[in-house]
Design a binder for this molecule. Structure first.
Ligand SMILES: [Zn+2]
Length: 398
């Protein structure tokens, strides 16, 4: 979601609407061709840009790759590139360019090649109404009319469409739309949020919001099925080469039970991600409705994920996604979403007197007493109050 504020108390909102689609066999084939083609284009130009970077430390810009793509499509051995939606190929180049820009700005690691084993998707742009809804059909460039389940109303003008296939073989479209909406009124509160590992978060009012139990149950199930899959693969190993690469009795793609198990695992992954996104949406909506000011700590989630002991839980609560949703929704309700810099010692500082207690660095300490003013603190509640206070200070100084 993206927003632009307006003078007339309205906001311009850019939001994705996701629907399940049911392509016919021939439409599926066309989509597969496009998934493959956008992947080819992405990888081909990633390789080219990498070589250029390595050899001359020069960066090829988007426009250059775009004109090189036009040349490539004229070559006979690449004529199959013309079979797919040309806009999708251009969008793939834009994605690649964005990946490089993010790398240059040090927001991301160096771009990596796309694999056919990941979730497949492509994005295409609406030009002269080339993407539209007609009854219960979605019109897509090159594909034609696709059956769509309109599970909710679409709003505004369609900017682009992302078509995707999950590992379990379901097809979806996310329609990115632009529309104007009146700014809603929030209830005027101010809240600091300390996201946790065990709990989802603790706020400055002392409310603890737990991670739902069903997520933990799915995790257990996931672990069990993952073990099953590893056993199946192990059983199929004939021997190892001298550098410990397994040689299989039968190629894995031909083992029906292994393929079935992989789909089973992917289904559990899908369930988990659906539940998680539901939780994040509900929690963020409640927070922006209730509060004028919402303060969080700007966590370096990427840095923390590298420390893999914490990785699973951090991934599970998906903090960065939570922040993104809060930031977007805050604008709808005219609330202020503010990130407090992460070097700010929110857990260690007594919110009453400001004394910094270095002993509290130890994550195992859940409760502590301030040696200076004698206040008793719950670690996370104290942190949430500090985050809010720091945010208020930042707002004051603007
Ligand atoms: Zn104190």
């Amino acid at each position: 979601m993206l927003y632009k504020e307006d003078v007339n108390n309205t906001v311009k909102i850019t939001k994705g609407f996701k629907y399940r689609i049911y392509p016919t066999e021939s439409q599926k084939q066309m989509m597969e061709q496009t998934f493959g083609n956008v992947r080819f284009v992405y990888n081909h130009f990633l390789n080219m840009r990498s070589e250029e970077w390595k050899n001359d430390h020069k960066s090829i810009c988007y426009n250059k790759t775009s004109s090189l793509l036009t040349d490539l499509k004229k070559e006979e051995e690449c004529s199959w590139l013309n079979l797919s939606d040309s806009m999708a190929l251009q969008e793939s180049l834009r994605d690649l360019d964005r990946a490089f820009q993010n790398f240059f700005k040090k927001n991301n690691d160096y771009p990596v090649f796309h694999s056919k084993h990941e979730k497949q998707s492509y994005r295409t742009r609406n030009q002269n109404n080339s993407i539209r809804i007609e009854g219960n059909r979605l019109i897509l460039p090159k594909i034609g009319k696709v059956k769509i389940k309109l599970s909710r109303d679409i709003k505004g003008r369609i900017l682009n469409a992302t078509i995707s296939r999950t590992k379990t073989g379901k097809y979806y479209v996310s329609l990115c739309c632009e529309y104007k909406e009146d700014i809603k009124i929030n209830n005027g509160g101010a809240i600091g949020i300390d996201v946790g590992l065990k709990e989802f978060y603790t706020d400055s009012n002392g409310t603890v919001v737990d991670n739902p139990k069903y997520l933990a149950n799915y995790d257990k199930k996931l672990l069990k099925e993952q073990k099953k899959l590893s056993r199946m693969i192990e059983m199929n190993i004939d021997h190892y080469t001298s550098n410990r690469v397994p040689v299989y009795k039968k190629p894995l793609s031909e083992c029906k039970n292994i393929q079935k198990q992989r789909v089973k695992l992917a289904r559990i992954h899908e369930k988990i991600s659906d539940c998680r996104s539901d939780l994040l949406h509900k929690a963020s909506t409640t927070l922006v409705k209730e509060n004028q000011i919402i303060a969080v700590e700007d966590l370096n989630v990427k840095g923390m994920i590298r420390n893999h002991k914490l990785a699973r839980s951090i991934n599970d609560v998906s903090w960065s996604e939570f922040h993104r949703l809060l930031e977007c929704k805050a604008k709808e309700y005219d609330s202020v979403f503010i990130k407090v810099p992460r070097f700010y010692a929110s857990s260690q500082t007594c919110h009453v007197c400001g004394y910094k207690n270095a002993l509290v660095k130890d994550l195992r300490i859940r409760k502590w007493t301030c040696p200076v003013c004698g206040s008793h603190h719950d670690r996370d509640h104290n942190a949430a109050i500090n985050i809010l206070n720091e945010a208020l200070k930042m707002l004051d100084s603007v």
